[in-house]
Design a protein around this ligand. Structure first.
Ligand SMILES: Nc1ncnc2c1ncn2[C@@H]1O[C@H](COP(=O)(O)OP(=O)(O)O)[C@@H](O)[C@H]1O
Ligand SMILES: N[C@@H](CCOP(=O)(O)O)C(=O)O
Length: 312
């Protein structure tokens, strides 16, 4: 099937915060910070790429652009002929390399665009098939926590099983307790997820894995039913301490917030900090963040109850 020249979609995809403490590579929370992109099939030969907002000074404008190369791979997985060219116009709000899932946002954008364009090309209505998008996006990202939250919105718990041609991801929504509010503290520094993963141990003791599993269970209960357990539930035993030297100022802020009785963790692979709190304690989070030497942008983005969607 060839997608006709001129076929076009516009999509929005939210940022995400992964891990939420112990939920390494499985728990994610969508955040109300959005990338938007319009993608139109052209007769090529090269992609034309325009970017405003986050990454406008840094991301490539050729076929190696993450959204573009994801689209090409997704067309192949969907069994659709890759178009001769595309015009991609991106308006990005998700900051890059800050632990807010920008790469997953871009990957979800690319997969969703390919699936929607393929549907239109086949005479369909272009509606998004979220399960297919989730499977392909999680396989391409390599861990499902960010991508699933960006696909479905809300809070998500994902598991992955080996499979051919792609691993199978199962994602369930978690009904976030209505009193929980995310506060995100974003520093000026960046840390690539690839670098942050390179410092992690390949193996952890059974006792550590068992204790971390118990924390994930407690965290799911805290997120959905009892926010008073968030401090205990967000205790991570797998990844944050190994990464402490990579984001020392962020860990110092996490420690200060937790000492103040606030459930703080590193957001994703950092260096942003995520505090899960209630509306009456947002000012406390802001005050503790302002009391140190590092300056933090404070975001209260909310949790969108939907993820990737068509604008037109
Ligand atoms: N909208 C986008 N368009 C193109 N590339 C992007 C986009 N968002 C992220 N990227 C790429 O992903 C990189 C950041 O990914 P990563 O290190 O995983 O950090 P994070 O996902 O925490 O922001 C960016 O430096 C850029 O190369
Ligand atoms: N589970 C991953 C999450 C990475 O999130 P990002 O937002 O930093 O890309 C990890 O901790 O490596």
């Amino acid at each position: 099937m060839v997608i006709p020249v001129g076929t076009s979609v516009t999509l929005r995809v939210p940022a995400s915060s992964a891990n939420l403490g112990p939920g390494f590579d499985c728990l994610g929370l969508a955040l109300g910070v959005w990338d938007e992109a319009s993608i139109t099939v052209t007769d090529g030969p090269d992609p034309v790429i325009e970017v405003t907002g986050s990454g406008a000074d840094t991301v490539p404008r050729d076929a190696s652009h993450l959204v573009h190369r994801t689209m090409v791979t997704a067309f192949e997985h969907l069994g659709v002929e890759v178009p001769a060219g595309v015009h991609l116009s991106s308006r990005n709000a998700v900051p890059h390399g800050r632990g807010l899932g920008s790469s997953a946002t871009a990957i979800v954008m690319g997969v969703a665009a390919a699936q929607s364009l393929a549907s239109l090309g086949a005479g369909g209505d272009g509606e998004l098939d979220l399960d297919t998008i989730n499977t392909i996006a999680c396989a391409l990202e390599g861990h499902p926590d960010n991508a699933s939250a960006s696909v479905f919105g809300g809070a998500t718990l994902s598991t992955t099983d080996a499979g051919q041609p792609l691993p199978t991801t199962r994602t369930v929504p978690l009904r976030l307790h209505p009193r929980i509010i995310p506060v995100v503290l974003v520093p000026h520094t960046q840390l690539s997820t690839h670098t942050a993963r390179s410092v992690l141990p390949d193996v952890v003791p059974l006792v550590t894995a068992a204790a971390n599993s118990a924390r994930v269970g407690l965290l799911v209960h805290a997120l959905t039913s009892d926010p008073s357990l968030l401090i205990a539930g967000t205790t991570d035993l797998l990844h944050q301490e190994s990464r402490r030297p990579s984001y020392a100022a962020s860990m110092a802020l996490v420690d200060a917030l937790r000492a103040g009785g606030l459930a703080a963790t590193i957001s994703g692979a950092g260096p942003s900090v995520l505090a899960l709190t209630t509306s009456e304690r947002v000012d406390e989070v802001t005050a503790i963040a302002a009391s140190g030497d590092t300056s933090w942008q404070v975001l209260t983005p909310g949790v969108p109850d939907r993820g990737v969607h068509l604008v037109s």
